[in-house]
Design a protein around this ligand. Structure first.
Ligand SMILES: [Zn+2]
Length: 187
């Protein structure tokens, strides 16, 4: 299980702090609901890519002393299974949809290998399109709507960016047992 947490720092600072980041105290087990602080249970390393730079960062793992199951805490600038930060991903989705609306061709393939490839961006777009009903459902639960329109996907990504991507992801985390761009929206 993964939980998201705002460490109050950007990728660079999180990377520099390494195992000294301000990891949260988890007061109860999300699996068995035992109200007992979870033990820290080591780290694993994963990539966070932003601005053409790859950071190898530590993710903290926790374990319940009762049911022995684990959970990890991901900084809110990342999503599970995506190496690029949420800012990079949402910017790419936003730009790709803007290009589509304006009828422009995608720009020339980047030579920089640390930027998402065209296939990568197409993948983000697919995931995004699949999760639009979930986004609508989340905002509807907060009594926020946009008028039905052809470019609804574009309007939603604009709204999410206006809200603040990390804020949106934190607040919507767990809505209908899912999260932004989770791999569970396939029809
Ligand atoms: Zn437990």
């Amino acid at each position: 299980m993964i939980r998201i947490h705002d460490f109050g720092v950007n990728v660079e600072a999180y990377f520099q702090l390494g195992k000294d980041n301000d990891f949260p105290v988890i007061p109860s087990c999300p699996h068995c609901r035992l109200k007992k602080t979870l033990h820290r249970h080591g780290f694993y390393a994963r990539n966070a890519i932003v601005g053409g730079k790859v950071y190898r960062i530590y993710i903290c793992r926790y374990r319940c002393s009762d049911c022995r199951r684990t959970m990890s805490v991901l900084p809110s600038f990342l999503l599970p299974f995506f190496q690029y930060t949420v800012h990079e991903i949402t910017n790419q989705i936003h730009e790709a949809l803007a290009r589509r609306i304006e009828g422009k061709k995608a720009c020339v393939q980047h030579k920089n290998t640390e930027l998402p490839t065209r296939q990568g961006i197409a993948y983000y777009l697919r995931r995004y399109q699949q999760c639009i009903p979930w986004i609508q459902s989340y905002f509807a639960s907060r009594h926020e709507w946009i008028h039905p329109c052809l470019d609804a996907g574009f309007q939603w990504i604009k709204k999410i960016k206006q809200r603040g991507v990390e804020m949106f992801i934190q607040q919507s985390w767990g809505h209908l047992s899912a999260y932004f761009l989770a791999n569970c929206f396939r029809a």
